[in-house]
Design a protein around this ligand. Structure first.
Ligand code: DC
Length: 248
């Protein structure tokens, strides 16, 4: 079983940027599990399927192929063989993915896909239930959080860059609504995993966040992990392993 780093937390807490930076520095696979929920949501949206029709959603989830590829600095998301990396980032897909993520059948299908990725080598996986449900035996568990205003500002700027303008208030409302749903659902709710290192990123830069997680990883006795881990432990294990991406 490969060395696993899990990063959980609410929306826009800095999970993706941090996980990508850490995966890139370590040469680990980067796994964006939210992208899988988003890809299913995109298909439900495109098919005009009512999200509350659990049987139809279950059928769709079972029949759908979703996959992740690419290095951490250029991750790509695939839905039934077509790339959907950009289409899954709209506010409507964000909302729908959170609604569908409460359905046990959707989670079952996607957890199966996520667990299979562990056989591909050491990884950094981010989402809502990585340390609690998907990889409860992960070597390193991190929970990233930040106050709502900080998270709203971050997501607002990101949406601007993507050409998806919304007001700051709308973004804040969206995050609040999604967080409440992601925390309150009965199936794998967002929660701090037992044994997780909790980091509040409100006042932190991206570089600080990445360094903080790398320091936790480097202090683990099993780091570096077994086969598939590039480089070896040197005086500065983190620096030694800073080359290369996760690949496909
Ligand atoms: O991380 P994200 O914002 O891209 O995730 C989109 C939605 O998917 C999120 O609101 C809840 C759901 N999700 C989940 O339930 N479990 C995960 N491991 C990842 C995402």
């Amino acid at each position: 079983m490969s060395f696993a780093v899990t990063i959980d937390g609410p929306a826009a807490a800095g999970k993706s940027t941090t996980a990508r930076g850490v995966a890139s520095r370590l040469g680990f696979l980067y796994v964006d599990t939210g992208a899988l929920y988003r890809a299913i949501a995109l298909k439900v949206q495109q098919g005009g399927i009512p999200p509350d029709d659990r049987d139809a959603v279950e059928r769709l989830a079972r029949e759908t192929q979703v996959a992740l590829s690419g290095a951490p600095d250029h991750p790509r998301v695939w839905l039934d063989g077509a790339e959907v990396s950009d289409e899954i980032r709209t506010p409507a897909v964000s909302e729908l993915s959170s609604r569908l993520a409460a359905q046990p059948a959707v989670r079952r299908r996607l957890i199966e896909i996520q667990r299979a990725l562990r056989d591909r080598g050491p990884l950094v996986a981010e989402g809502r239930d990585l340390g609690t449900v998907v990889f409860p035996d992960a070597e390193i568990k991190v929970y990233l959080d930040a106050d709502l205003d900080t998270r709203a500002r971050r997501r607002f700027r990101e949406r601007e860059r993507l050409g998806l303008p919304m007001t700051l208030d709308e973004v804040r409302d969206e995050l609040e609504r999604r967080d409440a749903r992601d925390r309150g659902r009965s199936e794998s709710p967002l929660a701090v995993p037992e044994g997780a290192r909790v980091l509040d990123t409100s006042g932190m830069t991206v570089a600080d966040q990445i360094e903080a997680v790398l320091a936790v990883v480097a202090s683990h006795p099993a780091f570096p992990a077994g086969p598939g881990c590039p480089g070896g432990r040197a005086d500065d294990p983190v620096r030694e392993r800073s080359e290369g991406g996760a690949g496909d």
